[in-house]
Design a protein around this ligand. Sequence first.
Ligand code: GDP
Length: 558
Amino acid sequence: MAGPLLLRSLFSASSRKSLSSHLVRPPCLSRGFTAGPASAAAAAATDAKVFLEPSRLRNVAVIAHVDHGKTTLMDRLLRQCGADIPHERAMDSISLERERGITIASKVTSISWKENELNMVDTPGHADFGGEVERVVGMVEGAVLVVDAGEGPLAQTKFVLAKALNYGLRPILLLNKVDRPSVSEERCDEVESLVFDLFANLGATEEQLDFPVLYASAKEGWASSTFTKDPPADVKNMSQLLDAIVRHVPPPKANLDAPFQMLVSMMEKDYYLGRILTGRVSSGIIHVGDRIHGLRSKESGVEKIEEGKVVKLMKKKGTNMVLIDSAGAGDIISMAGMASPSIGHTVANTEVMTALPTVVLDPPTISMTFGVNDSPLAGRDGTHLTGGKIGDRLMAEAETNLAINVLPGLSESYEVQGRGELQLGILIENMRREGFELSVSPPKVMYKTENGLKLEPIEEVTIEVNDEHVGLVMEALSHRRAEVADMGPVAGNVGRTRLSLTCPSRGLVGYRSVFSSDTRGTGFMHRAFLSIHVLLEILFFPFLLFSLLFQLHLVVMS
Ligand code: GDP
């Protein structure tokens, strides 16, 4: 077993410099994999037991409400740490993410800062992709909460923050977009206290409440620990944020002497390498060539899925995959070599027979039926037409996307359960682009029965509209059983009103297009899952029955 003295940085500046001439692209890895410093190091040095010292690691998630500037911030951080970024929105690698300007899947990348290695996890800010946030919070110890200093915390800020606090992460608050004319120091103080209240309401610990605050303009590429709109040129960069991460986020608690264990948090399929499993090494050390096995927890105990060998170990550096020879506890890595384990499974040394606990996901709230296109125009648009092909594609999606459940239905149809219309819409669009032709039913809200009571999902809705549209929006939403929780003018935006409401998901199905036309396309609406409540009609039903019988009784008596 390697002791701490043997530890050596994989990516130290000196080795990078001296080994840069060895960088070659292996012939079998076509998709942006680079045989980086680590594999070159293996060729040059005989010591294969090189991995990162846990005290020099920081694992951090970047969380935010949609459009608060998270992607812009990630671009800046990558650039500052020397990553070669070919275009804007470097972390949004899925084509639909770039087209729509939203992050759909969580991604991890690592950047070197001074003597440290920061594993940064980029997460989606849209509630429909909340499952992506849930599955990565267990990999990190800290979170950078990005909040638009003009808008303040919104529905998804609360959702992602709740998850982060629940997992005991140490947060750092970054008030972004301070370059905007409407953002003043007073406004930042206001937003800071709103966020503090949110922390307190979500049950943050004393330690979590002691979060540092930074002021930033991701667009201009700087962050500062004191309020300013124009920092001096020598500190007009992201150094203060990177230093705050190193100072404030604790290094991973890692036991290098225990046998190797890793919970799979992400899974991709590669044409050459097969399954690429990504996760955080929870204990031990792993080397290329080690024998490992995949484990799954079942009610009856732990089941062994497959035994195999580590064929490749990889780490994302900036926008490139870099091959490494070994990795130690606390680090976030990817590996190839196993064909069966998936997200939520444990990959471990063959002597280990215990599976790591998996993350608990919120339940799906909406479902749609996917089936074969049986219209007279069938077969004109796509090449994958049969129920079998559609089923295989949906099952493959459910394997990599934990927030989606697929249940086989009647006559070659499948019930697909997810978190929202956008999430299922993205899946349909992806399938359409891949050449699938299918028919889909309108979305249905999913109910749950517990102790004989029917429960339904309730969502928190934040709406921002021009003052003249408030009446129309309120009327439409009251018909959909929404209840207003808060209402007021938007700070720094004259003539705009913000409404916070709670509404059953069934009331919101199909509302987005009505909202767009009611507000002439000028309104914003954000939704996030809040809780599950008893269906109100169920409570009313006994009451209605009783009053009907009572009236009948009165009629008979008279
Ligand atoms: P995300 O949805 O959280 O990833 O947000 P994006 O990074 O896509 O940013 C949303 C919008 O805000 C884009 O139009 C950005 O150009 C803009 N933006 C991001 N950061 C800043 C900032 O610091 N200042 C200003 N004025 N705009 C910003």
